[in-house]
Design a protein around this ligand. Sequence first.
Ligand code: GLA
Length: 380
Amino acid sequence: MRVLKMSVFLGLIVALMFSCTSTPKNENSIKKEVFGTMPSGEQVFLYTLRNEKGMEATITNYGGIVVSLLVPDKNNKMGDVVLGYNNLEGFLHDSPYFGALIGRFGNRIAKGKFTLEGKEYTLAINNGENTLHGGLKGFDKVVWTPEEIKTADGRPGLKLTYLSKDMEEGYPGNLSVTVVYSLTDDSGLQIDYSATTDKATVINLTNHSYFNLSGEGSGTILNQLMMINADKYTPIDQGLIPTGELADVEGTPFDFREPTAIGKRINEDNQQLKFGLGYDHNFVLNKKDSEMSLAARVSDPKSGRVMEVYTTEPGLQFYSGNFLDGKIIGKSGRAYNYRDAFVLETQHFPDSPNHPGFPSTVLRPGEKYVSQTIYKFTTE
Ligand code: GLA
């Protein structure tokens, strides 16, 4: 009896020791490490968010870039589903907006000009004759102020703030921007954007993660199945600027209302696909006002990974990696080739400041810009 009691006691001690020394595998957490040093001498960091299921998102406060995103496949094997580099130099040197926060104005503004409250503003031209993703130094290229926080419901979050000064890149108003990254318990990467201004301005924030559900560097995404919850899209001209029309997707290669392989129609003889060199178009999401609703669902027959995109935004830019050309060698030493990733940017429509018929992107003093997007992962 005594021996039995003793061994139960010892057993308890051993169990206690184990629970204290083993790393807490399945816990919500956030961890900070140094990522590198900016040319200015400023240090930037990497924050790794982890949820109870072991999903991990690693984000740097340089550009608010999602550096890696680890999610399980159908065999519970973790894989990194976003393209990028594993060092700061890569992002500083040559990055087509990998994983970055985009602002002050996502996508294109025609000829870098818009008129607001009777005044014409001129932005830098950085894409053909247009302004793309904010301008020469958009929010993807600035150092954000990081802070580890708890979300309202108690999850760890990374809060990034940035003050975009009046007339920075040509936009009016001191814009105070906050972005919070967090992981949901059901394996979503949640992004909450908010902003206020002291002068009327235009704003369109998004994230530019390049996804490959088979894993970054694993080849083409053309076999992955795309569903986009949109009856209409905004056709573009040669410079990828919306013509202003909202066109039906019905009967076109832009009909993704049923899951369809990305590559199935991408090379069809279609003027819009030629202008975009593939898909590089904004979809008009089916939704009521700014409700949080399903925008897209992508599934990968190979890995069994599924990604659903939920957003409060009215639009979704689907870009099929048409400018990747194999010159960039990614984090696992493999080249990123043509169409090795897709991007789903939740947003207001491109060039909205020049299209009074599009949902407004104007933000005025006293108002608060809020936007939420969740990239949620499951398997099938
Ligand atoms: C967006 C644009 C594309 C391209 C990529 C970055 O998706 O719509 O045309 O510029 O960003 O290369």
